[in-house]
Design a binder for this molecule. Structure first.
Ligand code: PHB
Length: 384
């Protein structure tokens, strides 16, 4: 009897000690389905970071619990709930698309668990919970800049093709505002579904109507399919340019897109060709480990885990939600993409946006950066 009681007490003590010594991160991303490349890039990058920096920080062992939500927000919500209630995670992270990030937000608030958004890019996300911090990007950051650039660079008539959900609507809205203010004209607006979009009818019409450029937002993972259909219809040879935020020329797929993609100009936050020492090392290590290039989703994951490590260092290992969120606000560091920081007011990322053109470098296709806009905040916060 006595030993049984002692056994229970010991088990409880061991559990408590374990809970104190381990910081658990529930990583919810799509590892299968249409957006699988997002989850794979994020998971790869986190593993790489932990191999390089160790799996212990401020005396705590870091444990990642990976869940595949297959891009279904109902799954994301159920998994976040289970991770918080059963696994008692200290942080939830990942979120491959906006609907998934939004589905988890009320749970982060209720449980006071930080939610680190490493992929999704709709402006509104960080306003949905005081426990959300973002290390990805917003569509407003890049679309405002490409809108200005297009108007200033001889592009007068643009047709738009955007994925019909929140980030596509942000991309469209912010591009239009800036392009029209600069004197440009929108000649057609087409929205395609997030799942299994068919670009053919739009591309066929473009061949006849011949705008100066098509503005495209499709989420990471879909750019290859778009470019293939654009090339098949000979649009590259008809002089109709592709412009947009850089999701369409994600480095993860870019080199397989063929020469039709040469000359595509996009505004975005990361290029595998970013010429910093840190990025060269990051790209080399990622290629060595996984045999492919990292894209911008990998960088969102790499910076997300770095943010959690740095916050834990700042709190001396205290891992309750309020301490971690307070520590994350205002953190600034050098990322493979360039200098970044977490805006202490909005908990959103502040970062450089680069204008890039697809060029061939040493026989491979890259987004080569040729202009930099420094420390860009999310325009969506003040305008909506
Ligand atoms: C999103 O759903 O917020 C999202 C996903 C992939 C992207 C951009 C935005 O490339």
């Amino acid at each position: 009897m006595l030993s049984a009681v002692a056994g229970v007490a010991l088990a409880t003590a061991v559990t408590a000690a374990h809970a104190q010594e381990t910081v658990k991160i529930g990583l919810i991303v799509p590892m299968t389905g249409g957006q699988a490349s997002t989850g794979q890039q994020i998971n790869n990058a986190i593993k790489l970071y932990m191999q390089k920096n160790g799996d212990t920080v401020a005396g705590k062992k870091i444990e990642i619990i990976l869940r595949d939500d297959a891009t279904l927000p109902d799954n994301t919500k159920r998994m976040a709930q289970e991770l918080i209630v059963n696994d008692k995670v200290n942080v939830i992270a990942g979120f491959g698309v906006t609907p998934s990030a939004l589905a988890a937000a009320p749970l982060a608030t209720q449980a006071k668990v930080p939610q680190v958004v490493m992929a999704a890019g709709t402006s509104i996300i960080t306003e949905r919970s005081p426990y959300i911090v973002r290390t990805s990007f917003t569509l407003a950051q890049s679309s405002t800049i490409i809108g200005d650039w297009a108007a200033k660079n001889g592009i007068k008539k643009v047709a738009t093709l955007t994925s019909d959900y929140a980030p596509g609507n942000d991309a469209l809205q912010f591009f239009k505002e800036h392009f029209i203010a600069g004197g440009g004209q929108i000649v057609e607006e087409v929205k395609v579904p997030l799942a299994n979009p068919d670009f053919a009818p739009f591309l066929q019409r473009m061949k006849d109507s011949k705008p100066d450029a098509v503005f495209v937002f499709v989420p990471a993972g879909q750019g290859g399919n778009f470019m293939k259909q654009y090339a098949e219809r000979g649009l590259d040879k008809s002089g109709i340019k592709v412009i947009g935020p850089g999701d369409v020329t994600d480095d993860d797929l870019l080199n397989g897109m063929g020469d039709a993609v040469l000359g595509t100009v996009t505004a975005h936050i990361y290029s595998a060709a970013h010429p910093s020492a840190m990025n060269k090392e990051f790209v080399a290590a990622y290629k060595k480990a996984y045999g492919v290039r990292p894209g911008f989703m990998a960088v969102g994951g790499y910076d997300g885990i770095h943010l959690i490590y740095e916050a834990l260092k700042k709190t001396g290992g205290k891992a309750d939600g309020d301490s971690l969120i307070a520590a994350m606000k205002g953190l600034a560091w050098e990322s493979p993409r360039g200098p970044i920081s977490i805006d202490p007011e909005t908990r959103d990322i502040v970062q450089n946006v680069y204008i890039r053109k697809v060029e061939k470098v040493d026989g491979e296709l890259y987004n080569v950066e040729f202009a930099t806009f420094e420390a860009v905040k999310d325009a969506g916060k003040t305008k909506k």
